[in-house]
Design a protein around this ligand. Structure first.
Ligand SMILES: *Cc1c(COP(=O)(O)O)cnc(C)c1O
Length: 382
């Protein structure tokens, strides 16, 4: 088992105390670090003695997480890094009973010179603030969010894979942790960031996505929460995803819930279609999650001379596209090989010299620091 090996070989620095006092120790260790780049007791060297080629997508626990709490009518202040581990919750916590929670997802990449880059973390911070407002939660400021993500990355820096092997996926959570019985906002909130190394979604020769158009279940509805990363949006689509996977598809393409006519997005990524020099993606009006990758690909494509349209896209239009691709932090820019709607299956151009490939290489180049970041999107943390 990978995990056993990993824990025994590189889980924690020997000097680190286990048990009750560890949270405070971790916090002191972090806050007393003179410079993030210098080796510190908790970074335990710059990288881990781990077979990075065996990296997958599953959760691989890392050493530390960040935690910050606040009461309903207060502001977040003074979070801290602590050992990664279970958290204690009241059985009546708002998140457990009423699904009051949001998540985010972003990645840290290791550059060729060993430095670490975050990609547009301010965008994730702003999206969490929008979501928190919708879900009646207080939220960290943009600065607090970005600082927490940086601290979590630095504390776990040996888990950031070497260039080309993957990235450190960072998962911020904002959840109602205070006890509540009647339906109302929770009295207390927890902001938490944990991390897990993940491999690149598309390795050389990986298969394109085969999407299944869902006609029965909806992902989001008008006036709902589809436009924010609410945890409550995801369990309801597991049924559709599981069914599509059991039929051999990679994921589900959802339609608008009113007319079941326009394509919206895939379970956790946005969709684009390519015809000639025109790239189109559904406009975000509340039922589609405004992806940071989506926004970035729109800008990259315009910069590279494509015409990009954000508008309603009838499912019929998808059938005569030349290329279709999906965007998201997890997948990057993923080519779609086929879309199946009822008993109709359409195939698309994939592979070398596609628009998808061109945009993906540009994006990855910026994210990993090999292409000049003209847009000022990356944040160097070390
Ligand atoms: C997170 C997510 C995306 C992609 O957003 P990115 O910011 O690009 O990672 C797209 N759709 C859904 C439903 C999501 O949850």
């Amino acid at each position: 088992m990978i995990h056993t090996r990993l824990f025994s070989r590189c889980f924690l620095p020997q000097s680190f105390k286990l048990g009750g006092g560890c949270h405070g120790d971790a916090f002191r260790a972090i806050s007393s670090m003179p410079e993030p780049c210098q080796s510190s007791p908790i970074s335990d060297g710059d990288s881990c003695d781990f077979d990075w080629d065996s990296l997958g997508f599953g959760l691989m626990p890392t050493d530390y997480m960040y935690i910050m709490k606040c009461a309903i009518d207060e502001n977040f202040e003074r979070g801290q890094i602590s050992r990664y581990g279970n958290i204690e919750l009241s059985p009546s916590a708002g998140v457990l009973n009423y699904g009051q929670g949001l998540f985010e997802g972003l990645k840290a990449y290791r550059k060729d010179d060993g430095g670490l880059l975050l990609f547009r973390p301010h965008e994730n911070a702003l999206r969490m603030r929008t979501g928190a407002d919708r879900m009646c939660m207080p939220s960290p400021t943009v600065e607090q969010f970005v600082d927490a993500v940086k601290q979590t990355t630095i504390a776990n820096r040996r888990w950031v894979p070497p260039p080309g092997k993957g990235s450190l996926y960072l998962r911020p959570l904002l959840i109602g942790t205070g006890p509540i019985l009647g339906l109302a906002p929770s009295p207390e909130y927890t902001f938490l960031v944990f991390a897990s190394p993940v491999r690149n979604y598309f390795r050389e020769g990986s298969a394109p996505l085969n999407l299944y158009v869902e006609n029965e279940f909806d992902r989001a509805s008008r006036g709902g929460t589809g436009g924010v990363k609410s945890i409550s949006n995801y369990a309801p689509v597991l049924k559709a995803i599981t069914r599509a996977k059991s039929r051999g598809f990679s994921d589900v393409l959802y339609l608008d819930s009113v007319n079941k006519r326009d394509v919206e997005e895939v379970s956790s990524c946005n969709i684009f279609i390519v015809k000639g020099n025109v790239i189109s993606t559904p406009a975000t009006h509340g039922t589609i999650l405004p992806g940071v990758t989506r926004k970035s690909i729109i800008e990259i494509a315009r910069d590279r001379g494509y015409e990009v349209e954000e508008r309603a896209i009838n499912v019929e239009e998808v059938f005569d596209a030349r290329e279709v691709f999906c965007t998201g932090t997890a997948v990057g820019v993923a080519p779609v090989g086929s879309i199946t709607c009822m008993d109709r299956r359409i195939e698309y151009q994939t592979g070398a010299e596609t628009t998808c490939q061109e945009l993906y290489s540009t994006l990855v180049g910026i994210q990993t620091g090999t292409t000049e970041d003209k847009m000022g999107w990356t944040v160097e943390i070390c």
